[in-house]
Design a protein around this ligand. Structure first.
Ligand code: AMP
Length: 474
């Protein structure tokens, strides 16, 4: 599938895509759109930045256009649940943009933190599409401003983040209010066990789609590893912040608790840092993110899931304070720097226990990452055999490992499949899914997808992504 015309979408939609300057469907779009058009349930494993929103919004709009029905009062035909106000706003903006030539099309937004009365009014005559965060949706139902028994299509976006933010019970309550004969589209970036169970309960014979976990890393990112003792990490971070010419630094920890600890350690040494993770309120997260974007805050500490929504240009450094035990997460993390054509630096701290994670990462990206050894020597040295200490290629890892290793059985772009040992601890992320290939990208001329393996960070022709299109920056 190399063109949006191949999907058979109705003309008002293809016209909007021309307006948007979308030329080539992304892998998640190529996989998802035909299935949704058939009316099937979908379970999609994809991150923000892959074109996921259009993957569900376009076929939904096609359905609304071809099956015209007047929505009943205080009801919606399509319900999209998303974890945050910011994401909900972006999704409703997308529906409006892709549906700009469709009449009638009422798109409503129901999010917390703003007065409810306007939302009640906007639902009074019924809407085609309602994008909502779970808490506010339940408030609206409780106030009898909305009934959910007319929902034909339910979209659950960023399910794992919903779990992280404690929305899982709200979701179950909402799903119980929907009619059984509906189409359900379920998206999550990871599939921990609880999410798999939720999907099993919500979906009927779903088709599975996923963007292939990334197999190579952004070339523009200069990657380094510092081998260290676990106890030395707080001081090491301070040292890095003092010695590196940093502009905006994004520090990743594995846990929420770990993120808070790093903030406290930095604050003690006089560095202003803040954390975002699932235990922070939405308001706090938005304020911290806005400060980070505006440059008021230079150091942001984040967990993987919380960082998903971060789309900030000008991150000069990503620091992996903890190495992720899922190799794909490493690639997603370092992809936060080197955006919009800039170079970026990724520095990873690796303690003794994390050595196996480093091995998995290097195997997946098929590179040896240059490293410095700052361990005190109390633990046995544990470094991958193929390691090339000090062998730098202008600071960038060289791509020599592919032929030398060849030990993971995967070959080609899927070498990571040869090693699932850590992924399986995390609910088997990325397995048993229908993998979307690079198709649709090879002959792109104007869409200019760029990025990490199949995880595309899209730019339209000549425009930096952040400024492109209809998205409002919040
Ligand atoms: P999403 O993953 O839905 O957040 O989309 C990421 C960005 O890619 C958004 O700014 C979209 O407007 C843009 N986008 C989505 N699909 C395409 C496409 N096929 N071609 C170019 N840009 C796209």
């Amino acid at each position: 599938m190399t063109s949006f015309n191949d999907f058979g979408l109705v003309e008002p939609i293809t016209r909007a895509l021309v307006d948007e300057k979308y030329v080539t469907p992304t892998p998640i779009q190529t996989q998802t759109i035909p299935i949704v058009l058939q009316g099937r349930d979908v379970i999609g494993i994809a991150q923000t930045g892959t074109g996921k929103t259009a993957a569900f919004a376009l076929p939904i709009l096609h359905h609304l256009h071809t099956k015209r029905l007047r929505p009943e009062k205080k009801s919606c035909r399509v319900l999209v649940l998303s974890p945050t106000r910011e994401l909900s706003g972006q999704i409703s903006d997308s529906f409006r943009a892709y549906g700009r030539h469709m009449r009638p099309l009422a798109v409503a937004l129901a999010i917390g933190g703003v007065p409810i009365n306007r939302q009640i009014r906007s639902l009074a005559h019924g809407v085609e599409v309602l994008v909502a965060t779970p808490g506010r949706l339940i408030d609206l139902v409780n106030q009898r401003a909305l009934t959910l028994n007319q929902v034909e299509i339910l979209v659950l976006d960023e399910a794992d983040r919903m779990l992280d933010m404690g929305f899982i019970h709200d979701i179950k309550r909402i799903v119980a209010m929907l009619r059984k004969e509906r189409q359900t589209l379920f998206f999550s970036a990871t599939m921990p066990q609880e999410i798999t169970r939720l999907a099993d309960a919500m979906l009927r014979d779903p088709a599975r789609v996923a963007v292939t976990p990334p197999a190579s890393t952004v070339d523009r990112v200069e990657q380094r590893v510092i081998l260290t003792d676990k106890s030395a990490k707080p001081n090491l971070l301070v040292e890095v912040l003092k010695t590196e010419k940093t502009d905006r630094v994004l520090v990743f920890t594995r846990t929420k608790h770990g993120a808070d600890k790093v903030v406290r350690a930095l604050q003690k040494t006089g560095f202003a840092a803040e954390a975002i993770h699932g235990n922070k309120s939405q308001n706090q997260r938005e304020r911290v993110l806005a400060d980070f974007r505006d440059g008021k805050l230079r150091i942001l500490i984040a967990t993987d899931i919380a960082a998903r929504g971060i789309d900030v240009d000008g991150v000069s450094h990503v620091v992996n304070y903890d190495l992720p035990n899922i190799p794909e997460s490493y690639v997603h993390r370092i992809g936060r720097t080197a955006r919009a054509g800039a170079d970026g630096i990724a520095i990873s701290f690796c303690d003794h226990e994390e050595a196996p994670f480093l091995r998995d990462i290097e195997r997946m990206i098929r590179m040896s990452i240059p490293s410095t050894d700052k361990r005190t020597g109390e633990r046995p040295a544990h470094r991958p055999a193929h390691h090339n200490d000090g062998n730098r290629n202008n600071g960038r890892p060289h791509r020599g490992g592919r032929q030398q290793r060849g030990n993971n059985g995967g070959g080609g772009g899927n070498s990571h499949h040869g090693n699932n040992s850590h992924r399986s601890r995390n609910g088997g992320q990325g397995r048993q899914v229908h993998q979307a290939g690079q198709q649709g990208h090879q002959d792109a001329t104007a869409g200019e997808p760029s990025g990490i393996g199949n995880v595309t960070f899209l730019q339209r022709s000549g425009e930096p992504r952040r400024n492109a299109g209809h998205r409002t920056q919040r």
